[in-house]
Ligand binder design. Structure first.
Ligand code: BGC
Length: 271
């Protein structure tokens, strides 16, 4: 491992990292020298594959099963992390899901399912991480005037763009935006940095139904001025910067990684 790795000697938990964006972040962070905790919810194959890829280039990691919307599971996830690596430097609140339905038909189960997976999980994990950061800083003060820990909240362009048929999802991401900013404000004096990443349409299992359907794909591309679907690596690369000391003066910010989806492309030739 070379010395220019931007996350050398760091330990990172990436929730929901057995597929999609989370998996790409875990691999990229390990490439940058972090020891990574790969979290999965139900089946371990995706997490095992991420770990195998990481170990193949000499990186370090473990896999941990946890439903991050459950407090007991979250406590266990953090305990396993400390047991394996002795500390924590970065939390990526990545876990997310969609349970789509027209509003008039949306069940309480679909509402609660998305809010707890996408938003409550971020509350539980961020609280645990902040406690750990403070504890470490007390036991072992850093010499440099740098952040004692970083939290990155995975949001979505739908923290700003309303989304009919997906109100549980859009509401959860709007919640992530204000959750992120409020804890950023509260934790800045403790030197904990909190930021968000808001991806647009990234090619992952969550939206395969759209990009994988030749009839729906053109409609999706119409919403992306940059005219391509994003790759998980597009998001992972930006996450590295936000997690590294290169962004030490950045907190409470959202980075949109969306090929211009937030630029209202429907207005390019209309209005
Ligand atoms: C959703 C995707 C969608 C994208 C752009 C994401 O947050 O999970 O399904 O393609 O936003 O609308």
């Amino acid at each position: 491992m070379t010395s220019h790795q931007r996350l050398a000697n760091s330990v990172a938990i990436i929730t929901g990292s057995s597929s999609g964006i989370g998996k790409a972040i875990a691999i990229e962070m390990a490439r940058e020298g972090a020891s990574v905790v790969i979290n999965f919810h139900k089946t371990s194959e995706g997490a095992d594959d991420a770990l195998a890829q990481i170990q193949a280039f000499g990186g370090k990691g473990i896999t941990v099963k946890a439903d991050v919307s459950k407090e007991e599971d979250v406590k266990n996830l953090f305990a396993r992390t400390i047991e394996a690596f002795g500390r924590l430097d970065i939390l990526v609140n990545n876990t997310g899901r969609q349970m789509d339905a027209p509003f008039l038909e949306m069940t309480l189960e679909q509402w609660d399912g998305v809010i707890s997976t996408n938003l409550t999980s971020q509350f539980l994990c961020s609280k645990e991480a902040a406690h750990q950061f403070v504890k470490q800083a007390k036991e072992n003060p850093k010499d440099e005037d740098l952040s004692i820990g970083k939290i990155i909240c995975m949001s979505s362009v739908h923290d700003m763009i309303p989304w009919a048929g997906h109100v549980n999802y859009a509401a959860s991401k709007g919640g992530v935006l204000m959750f992120m900013k409020s804890i950023a404000q509260e934790l800045a004096p403790l030197k904990i940095r909190v930021n968000a990443i808001s991806p647009g349409a990234i090619k992952t299992p969550i939206n395969k139904e759209v990009w994988g359907d030749p009839e729906k794909l053109p409609g999706l591309l119409d919403l992306i001025p940059y005219k391509r679907i994003g790759k998980p690596e597009d998001v992972a690369k930006a996450t590295i910067w936000l997690a590294s000391d290169e962004s030490d003066y950045v907190t409470g910010e959202t980075l949109y990684i969306d090929g211009g989806m937030m630029l209202y492309p429907e207005f390019a030739d209309n209005g």
